[in-house]
Ligand binder design. Structure first.
Ligand code: ADP
Ligand code: MG
Length: 441
């Protein structure tokens, strides 16, 4: 099927471009069945000039057509036909640095600051990179947003890529999308082949697996297959396996087979070291005074810390002012205020509605259907906890009489949470989502 798709793409391409162009460049192109793989498709042509031309003009289109055909986003390589090699050059749609999967090359062990909050995860990740598939398989890293899970996971990938291993890095969401696409196109054999053909599988943010039964099943098979072949699996999550709601037991136990390593929020000392490292990497000079101030003021999300440093630097060059303590104090003040403002009741309602399959307008309406009442209650609860709005303000937003309606809803949901582990987890997940979306703004 991959082979057919490779050929089919050429036919489709013919339909999409002018005959003139087709005759000139594409007609002589052949699909190289032998060297192509599922996710790397190779075409040959007569000479380097047309190879270059095809690559600039058509590689993207070819990749797209292939993806439509198969659900797989390929790397496209245009090679010169055998016996015609003018030079031994291959033209590829991606350059070498990004050739290997989707790893961020700056996520390495060297650029990772270790401290009391992450030392276990750091050491285990290094051990896994040196000796994959052995002692710690799977490695399951968990912890809050922006604490370095993805960084550590990709550091393993980057280390191994340089030794020639084939790495697959996917967020769980990407795994899920791929799975859905292959189901749709009735091509699960290729899906399985894709994952089976790697040395190391990195699955990021697996918490989104909750309650997706079919996908859990498939992931279970992928996992077993790789594990029994001695291939290393690394998984990250924002929480421990036992706290992932709706995770089937057999996956839970497997995740616990190897090594569970948590990353905690960094303490002051580690934050200071991180701020120093980040400013150094970004070529920004900060005095100790400023570093200490930032460490004490900023939260534990390291992505946010880095963003703040970069923003301060940008402001300083824009305003042509040196980064003094006073300057930073001012800059931070605005920044912190701005951050608070970012969570609005609107955004909470949107997220809750989306997650619970109701409409935002229904949450804001007076409808009494059970599902809607529950969603409304949850939105009220989150609005109260995540925004600075007062009860009367929230009451106004939801079109309720007065603040007592809000306090009633709050009380009700707190009672339910007390006895309902699932709801508790759901609310935790929603809060995380809301916080994450805010941070990405
Ligand atoms: P997570 O996946 O846990 O949400 P990331 O791994 O994406 O977090 O990290 C967020 C940002 O913070 C990245 O830019 C990463 O390089 C940086 N970072 C996190 N932890 C560290 C650390 N200990 N040392 C250096 N940089 C870090
Ligand atoms: Mg991450």
């Amino acid at each position: 099927m991959g082979i057919e798709a490779g050929k089919k793409v050429l036919k489709r391409l013919k339909e999409e471009i002018s005959l003139n162009e087709y005759n000139r460049y594409i007609k002589n192109m052949e699909f190289d069945e032998k060297s192509s793989r599922n996710d790397i498709i190779i075409y040959t042509t007569n000479n380097i000039l047309s190879a270059k031309w095809i690559n600039t003009r058509y590689a993207k289109k070819i990749a797209h057509l292939y993806e439509v055909e198969t659900g797989i986003k390929p790397q496209v390589i245009i090679d010169i036909k055998k016996g015609r090699k003018e030079a031994n050059v291959k033209i590829s749609s991606r350059d070498k640095a990004s050739q290997s999967t989707l790893l961020n090359p700056s996520f390495t062990f060297n650029s990772f600051v270790s401290g009391e909050s992450n030392i276990l995860a750091f050491n285990v990740a290094k051990a896994v990179a040196k000796n994959p598939g052995k002692q710690y398989n799977p490695l399951f890293i968990y912890g809050g947003v922006g604490l370095g899970k993805t960084h550590l996971m990709q550091a393993i990938g980057n280390y191994r890529v340089n030794l020639g291993d084939k790495i697959i890095y996917n967020t769980f969401e990407q795994f899920l999308n791929r799975y859905t696409n292959h189901i749709k196109t009735n091509s699960m054999d290729r899906f399985r082949e894709y994952y089976r053909n790697c040395d190391i599988l990195l699955i990021d943010d697996i918490q989104f697996i909750s309650r997706k039964e079919q996908t859990q099943d498939e992931f279970f098979h992928t996992f077993n297959e790789l594990h029994s072949l001695g291939k290393q699996i690394v998984i990250t999550s924002d929480r421990a396996p036992k706290k992932i709601a709706g995770l089937v037991d057999r996956l839970k136990t497997r995740f616990e087979w190897g090594m569970l390593a948590s990353i905690n929020p960094p303490g002051l000392e580690t934050k200071i070291a991180i701020i120093k490292k980040k400013s150094e990497l970004n070529g920004i000079k900060l005095s100790n005074e400023v570093v200490n101030f930032l460490a004490s003021k900023l939260g534990s999300n390291i992505r946010e810390i880095e963003g703040t440093i970069i923003k301060i630097n940008a402001m300083s060059s824009l305003l042509r002012q040196p980064i003094t303590l006073d300057f930073v104090k001012n800059a931070i003040e605005d920044y912190l205020q701005e951050k608070q403002k970012n969570i609005t009741i609107d955004s909470i309602v949107d997220i809750v509605a989306n997650e619970l399959n109701v409409k935002p307008s229904e949450i804001k309406s007076k409808k009494r259907a059970k599902k809607i009442v529950e969603a409304r209650r949850i939105a009220i609860y989150l609005a109260r906890n995540l925004t600075p709005n007062s009860m009367p303000q929230i009451a106004m937003y939801f079109g309720m009489k007065d603040h007592s309606a809000i306090s009633h809803a709050m009380k009700k949901i707190e009672d339910i949470i007390e006895n309902d582990e699932n709801l508790k987890v759901l609310i935790e997940e929603l809060s995380n989502k809301i916080e994450t979306i805010k941070l990405q703004k």
